[in-house]
Design a protein around this ligand. Structure first.
Ligand code: CA
Length: 232
C-alpha cells in the first residue's frame, strides 16, 4: 500500500544501505543517488514522491540540491544530516526542505517521518490548501469568514495570532523557520521580530492547546521554528 517512490541521496554506503533496506522492508520503492549532481538528475528523471537528502555530499552541498530541485518541483524533501548545528538545518528549511532528521537516527524515527510526510501529501492532493475551510482534529479555520474554532467554540484571536495560525495551517506538516514566519507575518526578520514571535506563539498556544505542556497542534523546534502537526 506504500507504493510510493523515495529518492535516497546519501554518499555514506552503510547509512544508504540501512535506509534502502528499511524502505524495502516496508514496501516503499526507492532509487538511490550518491552525489548532489546525480540527485538533481534522479529527481528530474524518476519523479519521486519524497526525497531523503543527506546534506554533506562529495560534490555540491545538499542545500544547493534543494535550491535546484525547488526550481521546478515541490516534492517533499526530508534532510538527513550528521551536522548537529541548527544553522545548517535552518538553511536547508529556508531553501525549501520540509523536515529534517539528525544522524544518528532510528529506523522507527525515519518511518514516522515518512508517514507524516505521506499524510501531508494526502492533504495537499485532497485540495486541503485550496479549501475555504481548513480542518485539523478539532481545529477549524474559515478563511472566508476570517475566524477559527476549536471543537466548535470560536477562538478569540488577535489579528497577528490569526495570521500565525493561518500560516502554520497552510503549511501543515512542514517545519517553518523563525525567519520564514516573521518575514511572512511582519515582512521583516529582525531579532525583535523573533522575540515578538515567541510572545505571540505563547498566547496563541494558550488559546489553542488544552495542555500547554503537551501541545497537540503546534510543535516547537528549539532554535529553529514551529510546525503545525496533522492531528488524527
Ligand atoms: Ca554524507
Amino acid at each position: 500500500m506504500n507504493k510510493i517512490t523515495i529518492l535516497v541521496v546519501e554518499d555514506d554506503a552503510p547509512v544508504r544501505n540501512l535506509i534502502t533496506t528499511t524502505l524495502g522492508a516496508h514496501d516503499y520503492r526507492h532509487v538511490a543517488a550518491t552525489t548532489g549532481e546525480a540527485a538533481v538528475m534522479a529527481a528530474a528523471s524518476h519523479n519521486p514522491d519524497i526525497v531523503l537528502l543527506d546534506l554533506g555530499l562529495p560534490d555540491i552541498d545538499g542545500v544547493e540540491v534543494i535550491r535546484r530541485v525547488r526550481g521546478w518541483s515541490s516534492v517533499p524533501i526530508i534532510v538527513i544530516s550528521a551536522r548537529s548545528e541548527d544553522a545548517d538545518k535552518i538553511e536547508a528549511l529556508d531553501a525549501g526542505a520540509d523536515d529534517y532528521l539528525t544522524k544518528p537516527f532510528s529506523v522507527d524515527e525515519l518511518l514516522a517521518r515518512l508517514r507524516a510526510t505521506q499524510r501531508r501529501l494526502a492533504l495537499i492532493q485532497n485540495g486541503g490548501d485550496r479549501q475555504s475551510v481548513y480542518t485539523n482534529g478539532q481545529l477549524a479555520i474559515d478563511y472566508a469568514k476570517g475566524c477559527a474554532t476549536l471543537a466548535g467554540e470560536e477562538l478569540h484571536l488577535t489579528p497577528i495570532e490569526y495570521k500565525l495560525l493561518c500560516l502554520l495551517a497552510q503549511n501543515t506538516g512542514k517545519v517553518l523557520t523563525h525567519k520564514f514566519i516573521t518575514k511572512s507575518v511582519w515582512g521583516s526578520s529582525w531579532e525583535n521580530d523573533i522575540a515578538s514571535l515567541r510572545v505571540f506563539m505563547a498566547t496563541l498556544r494558550k488559546k489553542l492547546e488544552k495542555g500547554p505542556d503537551s501541545p497537540r497542534y503546534i510543535q516547537t523546534h528549539v532554535g529553529i521554528g514551529y510546525r503545525m502537526l496533522k492531528v488524527e
